[in-house]
Each structure stands twice: as C-alpha cells, then as structure tokens.
Design a binder for this molecule. Structure first.
Ligand code: NAD
Ligand code: TDX
Length: 332
C-alpha cells in the first residue's frame, strides 16, 4: 500500500484516475487541486473518506507543495490548464501552471526523493498529415503548435532535465485525446452531447476533417498505474488505443446515438493553427508493460458516455451557459 499525491485530481482525467486507484488498489490518495473553473469536487463524490484527503491549493505554492510531497510515496501530476482554445485567448495561466507549477513540483520531489509521474499529451509532437501512414512514437521530435501544447512540451523537458541532472525518479506518459465521464463541457465530445441534450445543434470547427485518436479515460488511468508500478525511470511511454476518427465522424456517431439526423450540425469558425491529426503508436507500453485497452469500441464507449451525461445533468449544467456564451463570442 502506498500514499499517492495526485495533482489536478478534481479535473476530468485526474478524478477518473483517483476513482480507478481507489477501486483497484489499497492505496490512499491526497488530491491537490486549485479548483479552477475546470475543477469540480463533485467528481470525487462516493470515495470513502479514509482513502482520500482533498487539499485546495496551487501547484505553484512551493511551501504547500513541499509539505504534501514530504508525506507522499509518489506524485502523479495531472494539474494543468488543459484547453487549447483558452490558451489562444489567454496564454498566461498556461505558462504559470504548466511550466512554473511543474517546476515547483520537481523541486519538491528532488528535495524529498519522491517518485514522480508526469502526465503529458501527444500534442507535444505537433500534428500529422491525414494521409501520413506514420504515428507518433517515443522517438518523434517535439514540435508543439499551440500555447497549450508548447507549455506541456516545456514541462516534459523540465522533467527530463531533472532526471538527468538531479537523479529525480520520474517517468512521463504522453496520451492521446480522452473521453468519458467528468469531462468539462468546453471539450469537443461533452460539448456536443450536452448541446444535443438541450436540443442545440453540434458545432464543428472548420470542415471537421481533423482526426483525433480517442481513448477512454479509464484505459488511460490503468496505463498510468502500470507505468507507476513497472515503468523504467527516465522513460517516456506513449498511451493510445488505436481510436483514430475524424471530428465529423464523431459528430455523426453522436447524432446517430442520440436519435438525430446525421446532418443535423453546424460548421463554425475554425481554431487558429488547428492541428490536423494525432495518432499514437503505443507498442512500447504494450510490449514492455503488457498494458492493453479495455474500451476497444468507440461507439460503445461513446454510448456509455452519452448515458453518463444524460444521468448527471446537475454535474455539467452549472458550467454550460457560461461556456457556450464564451464560444458564441468567438463565433464558435
Ligand atoms: P482538466 O482541465 O479537466 O483538469 C485540470 C485540473 O487541474 C482541474 O481540476 C483544475 O482545477 C486543476 N488545476 C489547474 N490549475 C491548477 C493549479 N495551478 N494548481 C492546482 N490545480 C490546478 O484537464 P484534463 O483534461 O483532466 O487533463 C489532465 C492532464 O492530462 C493535463 O496535464 C493534460 O495536459 C493531460 N492530458 C489531457 C488529455 C485530454 O484529452 N483531456 C490528453 C492527454 C493528456
Ligand atoms: O466545439 C468544438 N468543435 C470542434 O470541432 C470543440 C470544442 C472542438 N472541436 C474540435 C477541435 C479538435 O480538432 O474537436 C477536436 C477536439 O477538441 P478538444 O476537445 O478541444 O481537444 P484537443 O484540442 O484535441 O485537445 C485535447 O486532447 C489533448 C485536450 O483538450 C488536451 O488537454 C489534450 O492534451
């Protein structure tokens, strides 16, 4: 049994990870989360009090971080500003949280010699052409496009440097696009599902031919736990489940699952600098650590996700109007 410090554990993927840890291991967890607009304490409902301690605070608060890291056996670092669109309108919090916050955590794990796992994204590798047979591997050069992905790339480079220069015991994972319960309504899939629940047409950026490589958050969590247990220090592992699909096909699938005509959506203004395609080759994770995804059928996974948003309107409704007002102001 171990005690994990999970940063960003009130966010989408962090909260899924905390549920996964509590359900599948004897570990106890402290969540450190600033509860920004993206954090939601209700995402941790149902977790027994003897397994979870919640601390509201900022990962850039060096004294607070030091005191929490001192009591942990391992840190799993999810906290970030995570939305590309927000990083285009206001990049400052992305630099602060994603770069300075990660630096603050690295200094604490260095002082206390605590195992560190850094959660990152496939977006650090830039994008691929639609007709390129290649996928991202651990050897793909960094080429981030947006303020968001460039700050995530910066944080990855800090982790590598702290491993090599100071002997910090860290691993990194770069995962593709996640879907599942507890995802904020600003993101593509929950935005369209909650629009459809409210009778509003889905909004597709540009032509909608951009491809994302979808993985269920539960599969991401299992992979992270596996890397924490058996990953080699200093190594990067790519996480993906062969879930490539164009945005327009995802929207058509959601329309079909929710009983609407498949052309019942609108094209809106494209995202500036919009990455065309992401695709992960997860061979290293599969062969070295024996991880395999459980959710292999995107349609079934999306159907479960639609059911979750239908059953949990009180979770997402408070954020919906403000999120849509901000999109409307940008013509999206
Ligand atoms: P999210 O926006 O849903 O959650 C982020 C959480 O971090 C929120 O609870 C927020 O309150 C917290 N937070 C933000 N700033 C903080 C700060 N300064 N101090 C403490 N807490 C702070 O994000 P997500 O989609 O769950 O992403 C989690 C991590 O996974 C991020 O590091 C992201 O880069 C990475 N990732 C996400 C995806 C994806 O598809 N969403 C894919 C690959 C990697
Ligand atoms: O309304 C929309 N319409 C639309 O067409 C929204 C919100 C998005 N899109 C498009 C843009 C992208 O091509 O859908 C795709 C997915 O968009 P997002 O959900 O914003 O995700 P993305 O930009 O791909 O980044 C996500 O995956 C990688 C996460 O938000 C990141 O945190 C993660 O690192």
């Amino acid at each position: 049994m171990a005690h994990l410090l999970v940063t960003g554990g009130a966010g989408f993927i962090g909260s899924n990870f905390v549920h996964h840890v509590v359900n599948t291991t004897p570990h106890t967890v402290t969540v450190l989360d600033a509860l920004t607009y993206a954090g939601n304490l209700r995402s941790l409902n149902g977790i027994p009090a003897d397994r979870l301690t919640f601390v509201q605070g900022d990962i850039s608060d060096a004294d607070l971080v030091d005191s929490l890291v001192a009591c942990a056996d391992a840190v799993v670092h999810y906290a970030a500003e995570s939305h590309n669109d927000n990083s285009l309108s206001n990049p400052a919090p992305f630099v602060q949280t994603n770069v300075v916050g990660t630096f603050t955590l690295l200094e604490a794990v260095r002082r206390h010699k605590v195992r560190f796992h850094h959660i990152s994204t496939d977006e650090v590798y830039g994008d691929l052409e639609l007709d390129d047979p290649a996928k991202f591997t651990e050897q793909t050069p960094y080429r981030p496009s947006s303020p968001y992905s460039s700050t995530k790339a910066s944080s990855d480079l800090l982790v590598h440097a702290w491993v090599r220069s100071f002997g910090v015991e860290a691993t990194i994972s770069n995962c593709s696009n996640n879907y599942g319960p507890y995802q904020h309504v600003e993101k593509f899939i929950p935005r369209q599902i909650t629009n459809l629940i409210r009778g509003v047409r889905p909004r597709l950026y540009g032509a909608g031919t951009n491809v994302r490589d979808w993985i269920h958050a539960e599969d991401h969590s299992a992979a992270v736990l596996r890397i924490l247990d058996a990953g080699r220090i200093g190594e990067t592992y790519l996480i993906g489940a062969n879930g490539e699909k164009s945005n327009i096909d995802v929207v058509r699938l959601l329309l079909q699952l929710m009983g609407r005509a498949e052309d019942d959506f609108d094209h809106v203004a494209d995202r500036p600098g919009h990455d065309m395609r992401y695709a992960i080759d997860a061979t290293k994770l599969r062969t070295e650590l024996g991880w395999e995804p459980r959710f292999r059928d995107l349609e079934a996974g999306l159907s479960d996700t639609v059911d979750w948003y239908r059953a949990n309107e009180e979770w997402w409704a408070p954020a919906k109007d403000a999120t849509e007002a901000a999109y409307a102001a940008k013509g999206q």
